[in-house]
Design a protein around this ligand. Structure first.
Ligand code: DQA
Length: 143
């Protein structure tokens, strides 16, 4: 049976492609989803790929991940730096979490250096652009 991985994307990641391309690159979120699907298949992983601008919807999806997914790959966008609600949901759901950021958040503004998600994450991948999602899938396959 193939393992199922949930890939969650937070606010403004639906704007990739046109959003600050000098920071986030020119690939759209649909491009990244396609890359993830290509990469996941030979690893024997199925993926459920979603995006929401709403903190509550992300919390609902994380809660529902319990017993459904082998891992969550999460790019929580700006909620990374603000959301105790997402942190609490991650801790409660009992599913291993791999945190991903396209940009290297530690090279950027001070307010991006703090991540609530990291407290619940098995590991963090940042600064590798879209490839970070593929590295996270490799990590998920090994979990
Ligand atoms: C981001 C980094 C966050 O600081 C920012 O708010 C985002 C994207 C990234 O993928 O680099 O929306 O998570």
């Amino acid at each position: 049976m193939s393992k199922s991985i949930q890939i969650l994307n937070g606010p403004n990641l639906n704007m990739l492609g046109t959003r600050e391309p000098e920071i986030y690159g020119s690939q759209t979120l649909a491009d990244i989803e396609a890359l993830c699907r290509q990469h996941a298949a030979p690893l024997g992983l199925e993926i459920d790929f979603r995006q929401s601008n709403s903190e509550g919807e992300l919390v609902d999806w994380i809660q529902a991940a319990h017993q459904q997914f082998a891992a969550i790959i999460l790019n929580a966008g700006a909620y990374t730096h603000t959301s105790i609600a997402i942190l609490d949901a991650l801790k409660a759901c009992g599913v291993p979490v791999i945190e991903v950021h396209l940009s290297n958040i530690f090279q950027r503004e001070g307010y991006r250096h703090q991540s609530y998600v990291s407290e619940a994450a098995k590991g963090v991948i940042c600064g590798f652009g879209a490839q970070g999602y593929l590295l996270a899938l490799d990590a998920a396959a090994e979990l």
